[in-house]
Ligand binder design. Structure first.
Ligand code: BES
Ligand code: MN
Length: 455
């Protein structure tokens, strides 16, 4: 282990250089124009995996390819087998003008590497690859067999991955999944995430007149779809932050007193949180703390709102249509299917007869909670403690990784979520960064993890 850790330390500069190369690919899965960049990025990753000594291949899917890379299997006694999951696709970088350095021209500033995807998720799974490289290159015996599954569609709902898991069920049979794609409370609070929220994404479109109309000539006689949409959306939440869709909370599992106590122990300052987010006041469901609101309570958000003229100056029209992109975050035991039904039924019921309503359901994913008491979880906690030099904390996260439920259903395996993204890493925001000290500690955590899991 000493050699492995020394190797990680010695090669940090090269690891950062390789992460830069990796972040240079604009692998934006939401934008069809970037399909080639996704393929090129996946090819780079395959080449990199081969260079460090893995058996790696590019596996095509209906969408973006999956990178599959296995540690060389030795003939010795059966070792535990773990799948390490990550994603090489990234969120769109827009708005470009808010980036201090270009999103796909990664730069080191201070102790961080800035670039889209540096933290979510390229740097995080590269930390695991680097740890494996350290084992392979120093000749130390890897205590586990590992298979890396790095996909290219996580940020758009992992559409092809469940099918891929089904097809490769045999090769992927394993003792557990390891994922570094969640948050780290702080450098002094290494974090074991035992729960994620689910998600239901849908677009609502309202159609009014057959074309944009002169708002003076016709205004006053026809419904304005933009205004109708605003009125509809405004009715979906009350002043206490509760979602007003009938039946929405029916399946929600209440927080236990024990869990509320545990969550209350996490470090949190309301005023610095408020300042960090740049808001005048916090707002959330009444009766819950901000930590509870963001990790264990369901929400409804408007992610995008479009209608009418968006250019410079004014244009006097009644727009022909208006649309809203909506996501709802779900908690146990809500399901995306049921919530989608409730949502559509409710909007159909309260939608005015003056406009035609259209729904475009997008991706969905169930919430996930796993017990932190199990043996693997305990091993992970020891690895975190060893690498970061302090006691880890247990967390439930507000974000979603829909594929963890497919891992459970298809492979029967639980996921250990050991995130390396700091709260100020700006995931999905301009100026995304990855802390390079956390990068190194993440590699160490990974190195320890395989020994702890095999023990
Ligand atoms: N890495 C995030 C998920 C995440 C971030 C979980 C922080 C917990 C804490 C992931 O890449 C992501 O953003 N997922 C999407 C999933 C969606 C597009 C289906 C999300 O949560 O919005
Ligand atoms: Mn991610």
């Amino acid at each position: 282990m000493k050699d492995v850790l020394a190797f990680l330390k010695k090669n940090q500069t090269r690891f950062v250089r390789e992460l830069c190369e990796y972040v240079q690919f604009p692998s934006v899965s939401a934008q069809p124009a970037h399909r080639k960049d996704l393929a090129a990025c996946a090819q780079w990753l395959v080449r990199h995996c081969r260079q460090i000594g893995l058996d790696a291949e590019l596996r095509p899917t209906e969408g973006n390819p999956v990178v599959l890379a296995r540690t060389p299997r030795t003939n010795s006694a059966r070792k535990p087998h773990y799948v390490v999951y990550g994603h090489y696709d990234v969120q769109p970088p827009e708005p470009f003008e808010l980036w201090k350095t270009p999103p796909f021209d990664p730069r080191v500033r201070g102790s961080s590497l800035f670039g889209r995807g540096a933290s979510d998720n390229k740097g995080q799974h590269l930390a695991h690859l680097n740890a494996v490289e350290a084992y392979l290159k120093t000749g130390a015996e890897l205590p586990c067999d590992l298979t890396f599954v790095i996909e290219g569609e996580e940020e758009v709902g992992s559409k092809s991955l469940a099918g891929f898991l089904e097809k490769n069920r045999g090769r992927l049979r394993c003792d557990g999944i390891v994922i570094s794609d969640t948050g780290l409370v702080s450098k002094r609070h290494p974090t074991f995430t035992y729960g994620l929220r689910g998600i239901m994404a849908i677009e609502v479109k309202l159609f009014g007149p057959s074309r944009d109309l002169h708002s003076g000539i016709f205004g006053g006689t026809v419904e304005n779809p933009a205004l109708a949409l605003c009125q509809l959306l405004a009715r979906l939440r009350d002043k206490n932050g509760r979602i007003t869709i009938p039946g929405f909370y029916d399946d929600v599992e209440p927080l236990t007193t024990y869990e509320r106590k545990q969550l209350a122990r996490l470090p949190f300052s309301e005023s610095s949180y408020r300042r960090f987010l740049g808001v005048l006041q916090l707002f959330g469901e009444r009766g819950y703390t901000p930590i509870e609101q963001r990790c264990a309570r369901p929400t409804l958000e408007i992610n995008g709102l479009t209608s009418g003229y968006q250019g410079e100056g004014s244009k006097t029209i009644i727009p022909a249509w208006a649309s809203a992109k909506i996501t709802m975050r779900l908690v146990p035991n809500q399901t995306p299917e049921r919530v989608q039904q409730l949502f559509m039924r409710h909007l159909r019921k309260i939608g005015p007869p003056t406009v035609r309503l259209e729904f475009k359901p997008e991706h969905g994913g169930e919430p996930y909670v796993v017990s932190p008491q199990g043996q693997a979880a305990q091993a992970a906690l020891r690895a975190l403690k060893n690498a970061f030099g302090c006691e880890p904390v247990l967390m439930r996260e507000g974000g979603s990784i829909p594929i963890v439920n497919a891992f459970k259903k298809i492979l029967g395996a639980d996921s250990l979520m050991l995130g390396l993204a700091l709260p100020d890493d700006n995931a999905h925001s301009p100026n995304e960064k990855f802390d390079l000290e956390v990068f190194q500690k993440g590699m160490r955590m990974s190195a320890h993890l395989w020994r702890e899991l095999a023990a």
